[in-house]
Design a protein around this ligand. Structure first.
Ligand code: ATP
Ligand code: MG
Length: 458
């Protein structure tokens, strides 16, 4: 890497001398200017990579000079020097795109840390990585992002159910995108102009949930002072999204079953039979068949709900989706936080791809929001990411990004090994994730000579 150029603009000779000497010893090429005019001239003629700028100069408003530098060369990184009590100026400088600030008296360790961060940003900018464009943020808000095979399958299902009024059951871990998928189905359907109404079945006690869904008559229960229309009445041709359906009590399960079978219901405390045309999409984290097996959920209702089932895999089973999700979220968060993070170095992406993301996409999104808050400059260095759980020791080198070019058998072998490790060698679970039969999995395990880890032969 070429030596980086640092321009120091400060009217105090002692600061200029100390900084020059110290930074030169650390391998930087340094020049200094004693006022704004000299600083401006050196900035134009010498083209520094980094400017350390005193915000209080005898001849120039430091904030204006900062702005000028940034406008002429947006890639230039400016660290400002502020004095005690300069809070407002510091905030204004950060808003005008300063990379960071140093407070007087300058602490050498802090100086080194910040200058090195600038240097890393400059190196990573030109290294391999992903460029984030503005366009990413403009995508439609209900767009489900991802390019893994598993997600492509889900896109197909969304496409095929959106033209009908079929009931859909969406199952998946927390934060995998169940609600987003429900919205995508609704907003790509012909009834997109009708309401999409989401109700969390676990958040309300039995009577209140019944009243929310089906409405109530005046005096139906204490507090029912007037007739209320329920969501099934209000939804028209729209969609009712029943989140956490497994939490629904048996009494409400019976009422819902009737809606699904006959499209009829009564308000709580009422005799009049009403009909509904709403489409029902339900979501659950615990697999409903297990709830049925434990006697907590009606089997007949389960079959009515699972006409079409979408299983949303956790993020760790589709790491290929992470880069596109990162691009999407960074563009979106840039807009939201008025940031300008434009580059994700491969090194950062590797780290993101390798994390476990137990909270799935929601956790990824939150981690990126935090990283962007921490991020200085336009390049998302690895050090800005919030700490994650460490990959367990003994784990293989995680997914290559970008994937190493190799033959299909090696990829298959590695992938099967990874899935088996993930399921702790539960072959039934592994075969489900891999979407192959148990005998096929057994055959491949023999073929590749795979062994469980604590087996002495392994
Ligand atoms: N494929 C995706 N593309 C873009 N954003 C996504 C995707 N999947 C999820 N998200 C975002 O992640 C967050 C969590 O998604 P969502 O609320 O749909 O998850 P969920 O499965 O309903 O979670 P929970 O079970 O905890 O309610 C949301 O902000 C959503 O927009
Ligand atoms: Mg949800």
């Amino acid at each position: 890497m070429a030596r980086k150029r640092i321009l120091v603009v400060d009217d105090e000779p002692s600061i200029r001398r100390v900084l020059e000497k110290h930074l030169e010893e650390r391998g930087y090429e340094v020049r200094s200017a004693q006022n704004g005019a000299e600083g401006r001239e050196a900035g134009d003629a010498w083209c520094p990579d980094i400017v350390i700028l005193d915000i209080r100069l005898p001849d120039t408003d430091g904030l204006e000079l900062l702005q000028e530098f940034r406008e002429k060369r947006p890639a230039l990184l400016v660290i400002i020097i502020t004095a005690f009590g300069d809070m407002h100026t510091t905030i204004a400088a950060m808003q005008r795109g300063a990379f960071d600030y140093l407070r007087k008296p300058i602490d050498v360790d802090e100086l080194d840390e910040k200058v090195d961060l600038c240097a890393r940003t400059i190196d990573e900018r030109t290294g391999p990585g992903l460029v984030v464009t503005e366009a990413g943020a403009d995508r439609d808000i209900y767009r489900v992002i991802g390019n893994s095979r598993k997600l492509q399958e889900i896109f197909k299902i969304i496409g095929s159910v959106s033209s009908s009024r079929t009931t859909v059951l969406i199952q998946g871990e927390s934060g995998t995108g169940k609600e987003l998928i429900a919205r995508a189905i609704h907003f790509s359907s012909v009834s997109r102009q009708s309401p999409f109404i989401a109700i969390n079945c676990g958040a309300l006690v039995e009577t209140l949930l019944a009243s929310e869904l089906f409405g109530h008559e005046r005096g139906a229960f204490t507090g029912a002072v007037a007739r209320k229309r329920g969501k099934f009445e209000l939804a028209g041709d729209g969609t009712i999204f029943l989140d956490e359906i497994a939490e629904m009590t048996v009494g409400n399960q019976v009422k819902l079953l009737r809606v699904l079978q006959e499209r009829r219901f009564e308000r709580v405390g009422g005799n009049e039979t009403l009909t509904t045309n709403a489409r029902i999409i339900a979501a659950t984290i615990p697999p409903l068949e297990e709830c049925v097996a434990r006697g907590r959920f009606r089997e007949d209702l389960f079959y009515r709900l699972k006409v079409v089932t979408i299983y949303v895999p956790p993020l760790r089973e589709r790491p290929e989706d992470i880069p596109v999700l990162v691009e999407h979220f960074v563009a979106q968060i840039n807009r939201e936080l008025q940031k300008n993070v434009r580059r994700i170095p491969d090194e950062t992406m590797q780290m993101l791809v390798q994390r476990e993301w137990r909270g799935n996409i929601r956790e990824l999104e939150n981690a990126l929001r935090q990283a962007l808050v921490n991020c200085k400059g336009d390049t998302l260095l690895r050090s800005f990411l919030p700490p994650g759980e460490r990959p367990k020791s003994g784990d293989p080198p995680p997914v290559d990004f970008p994937p190493a070019l190799t033959d299909l058998r090696t990829v298959e072998e590695d992938h099967i090994r990874r899935v088996l490790r993930h399921t702790k060698w539960n072959k039934l679970h592994a075969s489900r994730i891999l979407n192959i039969s148990r005998p096929t999995l057994d055959r491949k395990i023999r073929e590749y000579g795979l062994q469980p880890p604590d087996d002495p032969v392994a």
